[in-house]
Design a binder for this molecule. Structure first.
Ligand code: GLP
Length: 268
C-alpha cells in the first residue's frame, strides 16, 4: 500500500488527476472505475483541465461507475448518471458507448447486476478503480453489515449514509433508501485502486481503518488492505489523526514534479 499525503483538497485533486492521466497515457483504452460524492469533484475538474490542455485523451477509455440510487431516473439531478455526465463525461471526449453506469430505474436489478459484472469481466476487468470513502467506512454503497456481498447487488442504505447524503436532496424522506452497487469482489478485482479522502470529517475513519491491521465487515474499506496495488491519497485534514497515531511528522519534499506531496511512504 502506498500512502500519499498532501496539504489541501485542491492539491489532492491535482495529484489524483495526474495519477489517472498517467494510467491513461500508458494504456489509452484503460478500463477506469469511477466514483461519485463530493470528494472526486475537483479531481474530475482537474482531468477536464488536462484534457483541454491536450495532455490526456479519453477517446478509447472505458468507464464503469461504482453505484447508483435505486428509483432515480437518469434525468434526476441527484442520479449518479446525471452527476457523471454533468461533472465529467460531457466535458471530455469519451465515447458514449464506452460509458457504463448502473441504471437506477431498472425493471430487473438482479439481471442488471449480473450483466454489469459480466461486462466488466468481458472488458478484462477494471484497470484502475477510483474510490471515495463514507464516514462509516463504506465504499461504493457497500455498507457495514454482518456480511459483505462480493458481486454487484442492491443494498439498503444505513441511517448514517442517509444522513450524510441527504444534503443533496430536498429532505431525507425524498431520498432513495436503496442503491445498486459494485460488490467488494467487483472492486477488489480491479488491478489498481486509488482511494481519495479529504476533510476533517474523514479523519476518524481513515485512522481507524488504516491503523487496525485487520479486516472487519463493520468497516468495509478494511477489505482494501488485502489489495496488492492500493494507493491512498489524503489531504492533511483527513490524515491528521492517522499521522498522530503513527506519531509521524510531515517532512519537506523538494521534488518539483511532486511538489504537492508532503509525505509519501509504502507500508504493508
Ligand atoms: C457516496 C458514494 C460513495 C462515496 C461516498 C463519500 O455514498 N456512494 O462512493 O465514496 O458517498 O462521499 P463524499 O465524497 O461526498 O464524502
Amino acid at each position: 500500500m502506498e500512502v500519499i499525503i498532501v496539504n489541501t483538497a485542491l492539491e489532492l485533486a491535482s495529484e489524483a488527476a495526474k495519477f489517472i492521466k498517467n494510467e491513461i497515457n500508458t494504456k489509452p483504452n484503460l478500463v477506469l472505475g469511477l466514483a461519485t460524492g463530493d470528494t472526486p469533484l475537483m479531481t474530475y475538474d482537474k482531468l477536464v483541465e488536462f484534457y483541454q490542455a491536450g495532455l490526456v485523451d479519453f477517446s478509447k477509455v472505458r468507464t464503469f461507475n461504482l453505484d447508483e440510487y435505486v428509483g432515480l431516473h437518469k434525468s434526476d439531478l441527484n442520479s449518479y448518471y446525471y452527476y457523471m455526465h454533468h461533472n465529467f463525461f460531457d466535458k471530455i471526449n469519451i465515447q458514449e458507448e464506452n460509458i457504463h453506469l448502473l441504471d437506477g430505474f431498472s425493471e430487473d436489478f438482479n439481471q442488471l447486476a449480473k450483466n454489469y459484472d459480466k461486462l466488466i469481466y468481458e472488458n478484462k476487468g477494471i484497470d484502475l478503480q477510483l474510490l471515495g470513502i463514507g464516514i462509516n467506512g463504506h465504499i461504493g454503497f457497500n455498507e457495514p453489515d454482518v456480511k459483505l456481498e462480493i458481486n454487484t447487488h442492491v443494498t439498503g442504505l444505513t441511517e448514517e449514509t442517509l444522513n450524510q447524503n441527504s444534503k443533496f436532496f430536498p429532505n431525507i424522506e425524498q431520498m432513495p433508501k436503496q442503491a445498486i452497487t459494485m460488490g467488494l469482489g467487483t472492486i477488489m478485482r480491479a488491478k489498481k485502486i486509488l482511494l481519495i479522502a479529504t476533510g476533517a470529517r474523514k479523519a476518524e475513519i481513515m485512522a481507524r481503518f488504516l491503523e487496525d491491521s485487520s479486516i472487519s465487515t463493520s468497516t468495509p474499506a478494511s477489505t482494501l488492505l488485502l489489495h496488492q496495488n492500493l494507493t491512498i491519497m489524503m489531504d492533511l485534514e483527513a490524515a491528521r489523526l492517522y499521522l498522530k497515531e503513527k506519531k509521524m511528522t510531515i517532512n519537506e519534499n523538494n521534488n518539483q514534479e511532486y511538489k504537492n506531496i508532503i509525505r509519501r511512504f509504502s507500508t504493508i
